[in-house]
Design a protein around this ligand. Structure first.
Ligand code: ZN
Length: 261
């Protein structure tokens, strides 16, 4: 987990992570700043290790880190680095990425990006092979094109579903039933609902997520996109979750590794 915080955090990095199968990886979201490069380096990765990026939606805390990646990697392309960089995202994100890098980067870097970075605009329910694995990308809400999630079968046969940073709506419940790993946002504790007002922002409390995901018999629930005022977030969130969710709860900290066994 390169970051676990929500969109306006000071003590955490915005939620984004690297999904790795031992050979290759997929960077899922990029956070909002240059810390994406710093956090990758802190975990031992260079940008030359990243060949595939998925951006779930075009909010600042998911897309703007990409500009720092493009800025750095376009310099490498200029020096002769030739490996492909693929970006997977919906139409809205494709437009935003192009608008941003064309507006803020120098012409020489724009040329390198245009020549070397492939942006794949996703359709709802599109299956793409990335790093040798099949990944199904889907729209979170069918009427809007704003947020995409994905599901994939890991090489140990377990199903992983990523739902982005909005509360899950019941139209997706069939898909989530019995999932081995489910990645879901949880903004704050239930007792803090009046302070942070998560429901107004299409976010959840730990309790509200856990009640629903327990009914769907999710096996491992990974909670992220949290507020950042607690020093002991892991304990506080885990303790609340355990009251409403019978299976395994994972509340990662920034830079924590999760083994999907
Ligand atoms: Zn967000």
């Amino acid at each position: 987990m390169l970051g676990t915080g929500h969109g306006f955090v000071f003590n955490l990095y915005n939620t984004c992570f690297l999904l790795e199968n031992g050979k290759e990886n997929l960077l899922v979201d990029t956070g909002g700043g240059i810390e994406i490069v710093k956090n990758l380096e802190q975990k031992g990765y260079q940008l030359t290790d990243i060949h595939n990026i998925f951006i779930s939606h075009c909010h600042t805390d998911h897309i703007l880190g990409l500009i720092w990646i493009l800025k750095r990697i376009s310099g490498l392309f200029r020096k002769g680095y030739k490996e492909a960089l693929n970006i997977y995202c919906n139409e809205e994100v494709t437009k935003a990425i192009k608008n941003i890098y064309i507006s803020v980067l120098p012409k020489s870097k724009i040329k390198e990006i245009d020549e070397n970075v492939k942006i794949h605009t996703l359709n709802d329910e599109e299956t793409v092979e990335i790093a040798g694995e099949k990944i199904i990308f889907f729209k979170k809400k069918k009427k809007k094109n704003q947020l995409y999630g994905f599901e994939t079968i890991l090489n140990n046969g377990k199903k992983l579903i990523f739902l982005g940073d909005e509360t899950c709506n019941p139209t997706l419940y069939d898909r989530l039933k019995d999932a081995d790993y489910l990645m879901h946002e949880a903004f704050c504790l239930d007792s803090e609902e009046k302070i942070f007002k998560p429901y107004e922002k299409h976010h959840s409390t730990v309790k509200s997520v856990c009640i629903e995901m327990d009914k769907l018999n999710v096996k491992n629930l990974i909670l992220f996109h949290t507020e950042d005022t607690h020093k002991n977030k892991k304990d506080l969130y885990t303790n609340e979750a355990k009251k409403y969710f019978k299976n395994n709860i994972i509340v990662p900290e920034d830079l924590e590794e999760i083994i999907l066994k």
